[in-house]
Design a protein around this ligand. Sequence first.
Ligand code: MN
Ligand code: MN
Length: 343
Amino acid sequence: MSDQTPVGDAQPKPSPRYVPADSLQSPRFTGIPTFARLPNVRTTEDVDLAIIGVPFDTGVSFRAGGRFGPNAIRAASVLIRGHNPVLEVHPFRVLSCVDYGDVAIVPGYIERSYEIIEREVTPVVNAGVIPLLLGGDHSVTLPHLRATRSVGPVAVIDFDSHTDAWDSFFGEKYNHGTWMRRAIEEGLVDVDHSIEVGLRGSVYGPDDWPVLKRELGLEYIPTHEVLTQSPDVTIEAIRRRVGGRPTFISFDIDVVDPAFAPGTGTPEAGGLSSFQALQLIRGLRGIDFVGFDVVEVIPSYDSGEVTAILAANLAFEMISLSALRRLEGGTRTPARIVSTEQA
Ligand code: MN
Ligand code: MN
């Protein structure tokens, strides 16, 4: 399908190999839920984007239960229809997408799970397929970034109410509050083009946020700025920061207000609405995305599935961005991987 990449506004005929089940043939509430009713196929052949569940929650510091996040998001996602009327794209007519299933992590063992996650996701990235991980707690982003080595270091846009840049928790180096610092130390992050968006909450001291810039070189925009300036200002700041670099979105659902996303592990009052979160993602069209994750959804603290529904829709917007990039003629990983392998 890549040899017939459409250009401009023309929407292609349905040609992707893997597409969602037809809801006019089988009602949306029937069958075993996969993301957006995509086929559950563990392959990278003829695939452009793979949804991968990472049911791991051993990295948390407060509430546990994110291991049930991927399937809650899948169940909530069956109502996703194909066309995105805001971005004006039908991503499943542009990209061949699959639900790749879950990574078989080892509950209770973070470093062994990291190895397994990296081992499972690396071939996906190396095949030129965009991985979209459903967490799981935020610690899973570190092995996800390790899996992007062939296309990195990547510009990271981290939507989160927390910095996740601690050096350690209780003497331990790997958990959901340290992944960003570890990823920078490991050379996985293009720091000069990365940004954290939505920081808030009480913190331990006045240095907690400035240390990002001073010590790590990371840009950040706190929630109180996001919510008192026009969304265009925030979007423009993110776009300027990222430039034309290969980019990775990590979306911690706790950046959204607990009134809209109560099902999460470390809730902070006074955050984005669901609409504002979707609006920020939609503003990022045209960027060269090489990976996404949506993390920290805990269904046992959810109410009326609102958190899972939002997570599913954020993922749909990310898929839509990838489809638009393809339609607009952006090329990505194949060229870069070839050059990496030749280097
Ligand atoms: Mn986080
Ligand atoms: Mn967080």
